[in-house]
Ligand binder design. Structure first.
Ligand code: HEC
Ligand SMILES: [Cu+2]
Length: 364
C-alpha cells in the first residue's frame, strides 16, 4: 500500500486543486451571470429577486466546483492499482477537525442565504408607500384550465375578465384562489408566483413597471390542459386602465339589469362573442381560453381550432358538442377537458347566442 502520499506532493496537489477550482469557479460564475435566465423584468419586485438569484449563483458555483474537483481528484488518487484487487483501504476513524469544518461552513452559508432570502421576501411583500394612487385589489381564480380576474368596478359592480389588465406604477394586491385543484399563479416577468388553492386565499403584491403584454402561466401540474392554462397580463397607463375599468363596469351593468327584468329575448342579455371570450359571471368558463377562433381573436389552445372544425356543421351539432362534450370526442383531442357544465350554467338564451355566434362566424 502506498502510505506516503502526504508531504510535499500532497501540498502541491492541494495548491493545484485550489488554483484549478478558482479558475473553474470564475468561469462558471461568469457564465452563470451572463446567461439570461429570466424574461424582461417588469415589476419593482423583480430587481431584488434577480439580485438574490445572482448572489445564489455566485455562492453555489464555487461549492459545486469544489465538490466536483475533490471527487475527481479522490477518484484518481485512491483508485485501485494493479495488485490491490480485493484489498481494503486503511481503517479511518474520522477526523474531528475536518468534520467540524464541513458542518460549520455549510451551516453558516445556509443560514446567511436563508436570512437574506427572507429579508428580500419580506421587503417585496410589503405595501409600498402610496406611489401612484391607491393599491388595486384583483381577485384571481384558477380553474381547469383558465384564469379569471375580478376587479371591483364602479358602484360596487364586479368586473371579470380572462385577460389581466394592470395599471403601470400602481401597487396591485392579488387575492388568489383555486376552484377545483391546486394551480399556481405565475407571471414570470413580475418574478412572483403563488399556489392557487381551493378553499383558501393566498396572494402577493406587484407593482408593474413596464407597459406591454406578459404571459401568465399555471406553474402547478393541474390536469390534462395544464400546459394550455395560460393567459396574458396587459400593463397599461394608469389613465387608460381607469378608463377601461369604468367602461367594463358600465357594460357589466347592462346584462345584470336585463336578467333582473326577466330576460326578455336572447340578444339583450347574451352576447355570444362575449360569452365565448369571457364566459359568464354565472361560472361558465370562456371558450376562448381553449379554442382558437379568428373572429374572437383567441389563440390556439387545448381544444380544437373552431375555424377548422365548425364549417359544415349545423347549429344542432354545435349545440350538442357544447352541452355534452363527451358524447363525441374530436379526433386527436383529449376527452374530459372541456367543461361538462355548460348545459347548466348557460341560460337557454346564452346557449343559443353562443351557437348562433359560432355558426355565423365560421360560415364561409
Ligand atoms: C377547458 C378547455 C375548453 C373550454 C373552456 C371549452 N372547450 Fe370546447 N372543447 C375542448 C376540447 C378539449 C374539445 C375536444 C374534445 C371533445 O370533443 O370533447 C372541445 C370540443 C368542442 C367542440 C367540438 C368540436 C368539433 O370537433 O366538432 C365544440 C363545438 C366546442 N368545444 C365548443 C366550445 C364552446 C362553445 C365553449 C364555450 C362555451 C367551449 N367549447 C369551451 C376544450 C374546451
Ligand atoms: Cu392550473
Amino acid at each position: 500500500m502506498e502510505q506516503r502520499r502526504g508531504g510535499r506532493n500532497s501540498r502541491r496537489m492541494v495548491v493545484e486543486m485550489f488554483v484549478l477550482g478558482t479558475i473553474a469557479s470564475l468561469i462558471g460564475i461568469a457564465i452563470g451571470l451572463a446567461i439570461d435566465w429570466f424574461p424582461e423584468a417588469a415589476s419593482t419586485q423583480a430587481g431584488p429577486i434577480d439580485t438574490l438569484w445572482d448572489v445564489l449563483v455566485i455562492v453555489s458555483v464555487p461549492i459545486f466546483v469544489g465538490v466536483t474537483i475533490i471527487v475527481i481528484y479522490a477518484a484518481r488518487l485512491f483508485r485501485e492499482r494493479p495488485g490491490e484487487e480485493g484489498l481494503d483501504g486503511p481503517p479511518i476513524h474520522g477526523n474531528t477537525k475536518l468534520e467540524v469544518i464541513w458542518t460549520t461552513i455549510p451551516a453558516i452559508l445556509l443560514l446567511a442565504l436563508c436570512t437574506y432570502a427572507f429579508v428580500v421576501l419580506r421587503d417585496i411583500e410589503e405595501a409600498p408607500a402610496s406611489a401612484a394612487g391607491p393599491e388595486l385589489r384583483v381577485a384571481v381564480r384558477g380553474e381547469q384550465f383558465a384564469w379569471t380576474y375580478t376587479y371591483a368596478g364602479s358602484d360596487g359592480k364586479k368586473v371579470s375578465t380572462t385577460r389581466l389588465f394592470l395599471p403601470k406604477g400602481r401597487s396591485v394586491d392579488f387575492d388568489v384562489t383555486g376552484k377545483d385543484v391546486i394551480h399556481d399563479f405565475w407571471v414570470p416577468a413580475f418574478r412572483m408566483k403563488v399556489d392557487a388553492v381551493p378553499g383558501i386565499t393566498t396572494g402577493y403584491r406587484v407593482t408593474p413597471t413596464r407597459l406591454g403584454t406578459f404571459p401568465v402561466v399555471c406553474a402547478e401540474l393541474c390536469g390534462l390542459g395544464h400546459a394550455y392554462m395560460r393567459s396574458e397580463a396587459e400593463v397599461m397607463e394608469p389613465a387608460a386602465f381607469d378608463a377601461w375599468l369604468a367602461k367594463e363596469s358600465e357594460e357589466s351593468n347592462a346584462p345584470a339589469g336585463g336578467e333582473a327584468e326577466g330576460g326578455d329575448g336572447a340578444t339583450a342579455s347574451a352576447d355570444g362573442k362575449t360569452i365565448f371570450t369571457d364566459g359568464t359571471d354565472n361560472g361558465a368558463l370562456g371558450c376562448g381560453s381553449c379554442h382558437q377562433l379568428a373572429d374572437a381573436g383567441t389563440a390556439e389552445g387545448i381544444g380544437p381550432n373552431l375555424d377548422e372544425v365548425l364549417p359544415g356543421q349545423t347549429a344542432e351539432e354545435i349545440e350538442a358538442s357544447i352541452v355534452d362534450p363527451e358524447a363525441k370526442i374530436t379526433p386527436g383531442k383529449p376527452a374530459g377537458v372541456m367543461p361538462g357544465n355548460y348545459g347548466d350554467v348557460l341560460s337557454p338564451a346564452e346557449l343559443e347566442a353562443v351557437v348562433t355566434y359560432l355558426s355565423d362566424s365560421t360560415k364561409k
